[in-house]
Design a protein around this ligand. Structure first.
Ligand code: AMP
Ligand code: GLY
Length: 423
């Protein structure tokens, strides 16, 4: 089976790797891919947001399935374009992708569906936004409405910072057009968890819960990043909590999208804030999470292609998804300087020694092949994932393997899963 995977990060390496585990014989292509996907797939040198070039490639090569990794091509309508050419795509339509592409849309939909989320208001006018601050207390959360590569959220501890954040977005265009409208919302307490659900337009199957670490340094300190590590299971998401998430959050949203005539198909990511029995949605993403995918997909047993096909066909059932009882942890190794200006082109050593077929996979993110070697090519370089019978053994193994890998400037967090261990 010929499959095209779109994207070139750790998430896409994990998707390619998981597709390659299926019993069906596959021929996988990855656009643009990285030095990791290259070992399992043929990399196609087309950027993930070059819709026209992707469409031309797909019309010529006719993949039987396309799996879209990042949000940008989904929000640009890649699924619609490929489907119009008669191709099958795992990933939502442009209209459905607004759940991630516009925070105001996501909030409106949640209100319509009765899904719990932080109290909020939207603004395009600075004075109105500033005047509204008094309704939200402190800290207060200011969000750019559109896509801002995970950077469009500012948590302001005081009034001055809140006003500065509003002005930066609405006047200084810090996030470009994505910030020409903002959402101001109340700050929620609690612990975060990520849920990935497969969705077929009507029904959903929830994959195991995970937690990621967004801050750069140990103890959840320092600047925000694309994600420094993740683990699954997430102990705060008990089976009872999982049922609530499905019944009160995922299914109501899926059904509201269907009622609007824009059914949601693909993977729906819910970023949740959990505080006792209060579960609120922080955000929806319309794609697999990164680095959550690097721990969640290794826990899916059996074949995954039939489940993805069933999402496209509106025929998803629980039986199509097998979850392995293991725990998984991933440690993201970053380039020197990341998340600021970072180094590139450093040779990476020890990759082969770190991997073992049953319990450790080194997913590549910002890597490329150069002169027969693998070198760094991005801020987040590798996601070293290990599996084990419990979280402790998975985390310990991941760090053992991280210690075998070296490149100049490498840094990573040493406390992945600390919240689970301190419970
Ligand atoms: P988002 O992109 O909306 O998930 O926001 C990014 C991060 O900001 C989240 O993972 C949370 O850590 C934090 N955050 C967003 N909204 C809130 C909120 N209402 N209360 C507290 N923290 C929030
Ligand atoms: N790990 C957060 C995200 O994928 O958006």
């Amino acid at each position: 089976m010929k499959i095209l995977v779109i994207g070139g990060g750790g998430r896409e390496h994990a998707i390619v790797w998981r597709l390659a585990q299926d019993s069906t014989e596959t021929e996988i292509f990855c656009a643009p891919g990285n030095a990791g996907t290259e070992q399992l797939a043929r990399n196609v040198p087309i950027a993930a947001d070059d819709i026209q070039a992707l469409l031309e490639w797909a019309e010529r090569e006719r993949p039987e399935l396309t799996v879209v990794g990042p949000e940008v091509p989904l929000c640009m309508g890649l699924t619609d374009r490929l489907e119009a050419a008669g191709l099958r795509v795992f990933g939502p339509s442009q209209a459905a992708a607004r759940l991630e592409g516009s925070k105001r849309f996501a909030k409106e939909l949640m209100h319509e569906a009765g899904v719990p989320t932080a109290r909020c208001a939207s603004f395009t006018n600075v004075d109105e936004a500033v005047a509204a601050l008094e309704n939200f207390g402190l800290p207060v959360v200011i969000k750019a409405d559109g896509l801002a590569a995970g950077k469009g959220v500012i948590i302001a501890e005081n009034h001055t910072d809140a006003v500065a954040a509003i002005r930066e977005m609405l006047i200084d265009s810090r996030f470009g057009r994505a910030g020409s409208e903002i959402v101001v919302e109340e700050f929620l307490q609690g612990e975060e968890a990520s849920i990935l659900a497969l969705v077929d337009g009507d029904n959903a199957v929830l994959l195991p819960a995970s937690q990621d670490h967004k801050r750069a340094y140990d103890g959840d300190l320092g600047p925000n990043t694309g994600g420094m590590g993740a683990y699954t299971p997430a102990p705060l998401v008990t089976e009872a909590v999982m049922c609530l998430i499905k019944e009160r959050i995922i299914l109501p949203v899926v059904h509201a999208m269907r009622r609007r005539g824009t059914p949601y198909k693909g993977v729906l990511y819910a970023g949740l804030m959990i505080d006792g029995d209060k579960i609120n949605v922080l955000e929806f993403n319309v794609r697999f999470g990164d680095p959550e995918t690097q721990v969640v997909l290794p826990r899916i047993g059996g074949d995954i292609i039939p489940a993805m096909q069933a999402c496209i066909d509106g025929a998803l059932t629980d039986e199509l998804v097998t979850v392995r009882k293991q725990a998984a942890a991933t440690v993201v190794m970053c380039s020197g300087g990341y998340p600021g200006k970072y180094r590139r082109g450093d040779a990476i050593h020890g990759l082969d020694a770190a991997e073992s077929p049953d319990d450790c996979i080194v997913f590549h993110a910002g890597t490329k092949s150069y002169d027969g070697a693998v070198v760094t090519a991005g801020g987040r370089v590798l996601a070293v994932t290990a599996l084990g019978p419990d979280l402790r053994s998975a985390v310990d193994k991941a760090y053992q393997r991280v210690n075998l890998i070296t490149f100049d400037g490498a840094h990573y967090r040493r406390d992945i899963a600390h919240r689970a261990f301190s419970r």
